[in-house]
Write a protein that binds this ligand. Structure first.
Ligand SMILES: Nc1nc2c(ncn2[C@@H]2O[C@H](COP(=O)(O)OP(=O)(O)OP(=O)(O)O)[C@@H](O)[C@H]2O)c(=O)[nH]1
Ligand SMILES: [Mg+2]
Length: 218
């Protein structure tokens, strides 16, 4: 007979004040550099040929805007994307999306439309925006591989502009080019549109104390 163990993950700040949580999901085809871009952004590290598996999400402070304290969570759904099986709960829980393609891989650019359709289909905040999409920033990674670039810079820019999506055609996790800006633009868009989620650690602690069955993943 097998026994199922349920793990309760509760990451609340003891005695913490309320804060605004911004959750971002990194998407894109297999091997475009999602883990590497996140790793460069958060740890300022890069290792060529190493698939940056292991990070589920990173958490960091953003700072105070209009009197509100913001924290960031960036999720990298390792491995799922190659089967395109990201569950809708990941989309539903995200306030914005960083969508990557590889400038040396035309197919990864062509598949952006697939990812945009998935976001549109699964994100509850899609309809609240004029372009019918939640905050998205598109990144063309691996621009350091100058001799292997396949994706036309102008066409990719036109594609993103036509959807009113901010984009960076020249990004490199390897050479640390244009890494911070896409993240910053996305966070600003999420804050401006008021899509963040208010977290009340004190209330959660009370709730958890009152019931062993409660589960919060913050
Ligand atoms: N030259 C170059 N290689 C890169 C860059 N970013 C990532 N890579 C390499 O591309 C490969 C894939 O990088 P990952 O960060 O694992 O890509 P991923 O999208 O997370 O991959 P999966 O999770 O397996 O889909 C690795 O060999 C990286 O070293 C870059 O900016 N320049
Ligand atoms: Mg990865």
């Amino acid at each position: 007979m097998s026994t199922t163990t349920t793990t309760t993950i509760t990451t609340t700040t003891i005695n913490g004040d309320d804060y605004e949580l911004i959750k971002v999901l990194i998407l894109g085809d297999y091997h475009v550099g999602k883990g590497s871009v996140l790793r460069r952004y958060h740890y300022d590290e890069f290792e060529l040929g190493v698939s940056a598996i292991g990070v589920d999400f990173i958490k960091r402070d953003y700072g105070i805007v209009d009197g509100k304290n913001y924290k960031i969570q960036i999720w990298d759904v390792n491995g799922c994307e190659r089967f395109r099986t990201i569950t809708s709960s990941y989309y539903r829980g995200s306030h914005g999306f960083l969508l990557l393609y590889d400038v040396t891989n035309q197919e990864s650019f062509n598949n952006l439309q697939f990812w945009i359709n998935e976001i549109k289909k699964n994100s509850p905040i899609s309809s609240s925006s004029s372009n019918g999409l939640p905050p998205i920033v598109i990144i063309g990674n691996k621009c350091d591989l100058i001799n292997d670039i396949k994706v036309d810079h102008i066409k990719s820019k036109q594609f993103c502009d036509s959807l009113s999506i901010n984009s960076f055609q020249n990004v490199s996790a390897k050479d640390s080019i244009n890494i911070n800006e896409p993240f910053e633009i996305l966070f600003k868009q999420i804050i401006e549109k008021g899509h963040s989620q208010t977290i009340s650690p004190k209330k959660n602690i009370e709730k958890n104390n009152n019931s062993n069955k409660s589960c919060s993943i913050l």
